[in-house]
Design a protein around this ligand. Structure first.
Ligand SMILES: Nc1nc2c(ncn2[C@@H]2O[C@H](COP(=O)(O)OP(=O)(O)OP(=O)(O)O)[C@@H](O)[C@H]2O)c(=O)[nH]1
Ligand SMILES: [Mg+2]
Length: 311
């Protein structure tokens, strides 16, 4: 498929073209930057919902139920499940998509797992790029699922308009909320698996924690298994979008800054890996002072020691 055809497909909201474009970006295929440059004039501004929380707390099951309510409201939806896979395995999880398989034949619901490989300390640059592709393809709601482990959890705030944090009754993970700085990034807490009992206790525990910080968080009990509490949660999300409009706009500017910083960091990393002058530095580096090595590399970059990229 040529870039021009992919672009036409994206304009027509064609799932095959969207999938092709995402693969190009994910695999850093030749011309992917040309494709990305071309999508920017396209309109598109989705409501981006980030969902994070402990492994197995029910994020994918919950999204599956939320899709039903969003479809009823007539939205064109995309779900990205970000797999924090190690650079070694490098594969995206199938499990997340399996939970939502009932929607897989729906042209208005696009579901994709993407690997977060090769990016330390947060969501990869390609995650931002794929979100922009989906916006250009007319997606009105984009749900981004990340497993609540490490930096990609906190980094969700850099791509989403609203962040849901999913936990379970009796899980004891509210301590984690405070340790990992979740209190700063979560807008809405979801106590999922309410069918197991104990969600009231959990909710009052969270409230107690937050009262110490003089905050009054939004907390909703749900059962993805029994399809309970989902409508209330969706209503709260749309209410949030209305009430926090100004703040979401401000955040969009910050999100863009984070995105651009990642583009620059990504280019620097490529330069450091591929520039012949920089590569030469490593040859006699065994006993060298690391600060001097860093200085030499910085000098090469500063003096425009650029080279032609292979692609
Ligand atoms: N009892 C009960 N089980 C649930 C509920 N929601 C999800 N589960 C179960 O919890 C398990 C994990 O569900 P997932 O939806 O895969 O959870 P997840 O948070 O997406 O998991 P990861 O993506 O692996 O982090 C599955 O066995 C689900 O059937 C619920 O509301 N009640
Ligand atoms: Mg999942």
């Amino acid at each position: 498929m040529k870039i021009s055809d992919i672009l036409i497909g994206i304009r027509q909201k064609d799932p095959v073209a969207i999938a092709k474009a995402i693969s190009m970006v994910e695999n850093r295929k030749k011309d992917y930057t040309r494709l990305l440059e071309k999508i920017y004039p396209l309109p598109g501004r989705a409501f981006k919902i980030g969902i994070t929380g402990s492994p197995g707390s029910g994020k994918s099951s919950l999204i599956d139920r939320m899709i039903n309510g969003l479809k009823t409201r007539g939205f064109n939806i995309a779900v990205l499940a970000v797999d924090p896979s190690s650079p070694i395995t490098g594969g995206a999880l199938l499990g997340d998509r399996l939970r939502m398989i009932q929607h897989s034949n729906d042209a208005n619901v696009f579901i994709r797992s993407i690997a977060n490989r090769g990016h330390l300390g947060g969501l990869s640059l390609s995650t931002h790029e794929i979100i922009d592709l989906l916006q250009a393809a007319g997606k009105e709601i984009i749900i981004i699922e990340t497993v609540g482990v490490g930096q990609s959890e906190v980094d969700i705030v850099n791509v989403a308009d609203v962040v849901l944090y999913v936990l379970n009754p009796g899980s004891g993970d509210e301590i984690q909320i405070f340790k990992a700085g979740i209190i700063e990034i979560a807008d809405i807490f979801v106590v999922n698996k309410a069918d197991l009992g104990g969600s009231d206790l959990k909710i009052s525990e969270i409230k107690n924690y937050f009262s110490l910080a003089a905050k009054n968080p939004l907390i909703f009990p749900t059962s993805a298994r029994e399809d309970q509490g989902i409508e209330e949660l969706l209503s709260a999300l749309f209410k949030f979008r209305e009430e926090e409009k100004g703040r979401i706009e401000e955040k969009t500017a910050a999100v863009k800054k984070n995105y651009v910083e990642k583009i620059v960091a990504d280019r620097l990393k490529t330069e450091i890996e591929q520039n012949p002058s920089i590569r030469a530095i490593w040859r006699d580096s065994a006993d060298a002072n690391p600060f001097q090595l860093a200085e030499s590399i910085y000098r090469i970059i500063q003096t425009g020691g650029s080279h032609d990229k292979k692609d």
